[in-house]
Design a protein around this ligand. Structure first.
Ligand SMILES: Nc1ncnc2c1ncn2[C@@H]1O[C@H](COP(=O)(O)OP(=O)(O)OP(=O)(O)O)[C@@H](O)[C@H]1O
Length: 283
């Protein structure tokens, strides 16, 4: 069985010569839930955009810089695969700012997940088959917003909108969900709720989930595996449970601010001495 995501020797240099990604090797198996953590600018979004085939990596003379999704070529040596649009339909995207059309109803936004598999005449007139409407209503019930199905999406709270975005990914029937900072704009209660729903679709539907996070505590709580980036390189790839303030201090040595920000606040609330430990780990 092919890996869900396979990245080999991927590098990306933007203008000015700064490497946003520097020799990334990463394999994610079907059904995994993986957190991608790292300070601002470490390359998390750039890596996601490469996996989705929205950006092509550096061009190499040798055989490297390859990404496959479910065994299908997304890009190779800086060139996107021919059926990239088709491959992209296998990935459901969740964004920090929800990506919904505010003036459309919650139900129609959710049904948009089905657009990729409908003929154009149906999409033009938003004529969704009854089976898809049923699927959308079920998805909205699963994420707990069915009471708002006929409201305009823009009237919902941030947490509710993010749940609608997850329902849309369910209607898309995407085997992989990539969530780029899905909780960065949410309060702690809504953040926990959204992470719990992502965890549930991972466990119940075996959807592969890759989620970028700014804080390690959510990774530890919800994702068995964490991949940590620093300046475009993977500095840790392993069990989230192994991440401690000391280890973060080592991984981000010389960047106390990044390590402290990643460790977050809610775990600190539970352990008075963590700040001291972090300082000790960095010294
Ligand atoms: N289109 C672009 N053109 C030039 N530089 C870019 C572009 N996109 C990203 N970068 C640079 O690549 C590096 C990695 O950015 P990226 O957005 O991937 O980081 P990130 O870890 O997702 O950060 P954040 O947590 O703030 O979203 C940064 O230095 C950024 O300025």
């Amino acid at each position: 069985m092919a890996s869900a995501i396979e990245v080999r020797s991927l590098s990306k240099t933007f203008g000015g010569g700064r490497k946003a990604l520097d020799g990334i090797d990463l394999v994610i198996e079907p059904g995994e839930m993986v957190a991608l953590i790292g300070a601002s600018g470490s390359g998390k979004s750039t890596l996601m955009r490469h996996i989705a085939g929205l950006v092509a990596g550096d061009r190499h003379a040798t055989a490297s810089g390859t990404i496959t999704v479910n065994g299908r070529m997304v890009q190779d040596r800086g060139r996107l695969g021919r059926d990239i649009r088709d491959i992209r339909s296998e990935i459901g995207f969740i964004f920090q700012q929800f990506g919904l059309v505010n003036r459309m109803s919650v139900l129609t936004n959710t049904l948009c997940g089905a657009l990729g598999r409908l003929p154009q005449w149906r999409t033009l007139f938003k004529l969704f088959p009854a089976a898809d409407r049923q699927l959308a209503l079920e998805a909205l019930a699963r994420v707990g917003v069915s009471d708002w199905s006929y409201e305009r999406a823009g009237t919902l709270s941030g947490g509710q909108q993010q749940r609608v975005a997850i329902a849309r990914a369910l209607v898309q029937k995407a085997p992989i969900v990539m969530a780029d900072e899905p909780i960065a704009s949410l309060d702690p209660a809504s953040s926990r709720n959204v992470m719990e729903i992502l965890q549930r679709i991972n466990m119940e539907d075996r959807i592969t989930v890759v989620v970028t996070l700014h804080q390690v505590d959510y990774a530890v709580r919800y994702c068995p595996r964490t991949v940590a980036l620093r300046r475009g390189q993977i500095v840790y790839d392993g069990p989230s449970a192994r991440l401690t303030p000391e280890l973060l201090g080592e991984l981000y040595a010389g960047d106390q601010e990044a390590a402290a920000a990643l460790w977050g606040t809610s775990l600190q609330e539970n352990a008075d001495s963590l700040e001291m430990k972090l300082a000790a780990g960095l010294s």
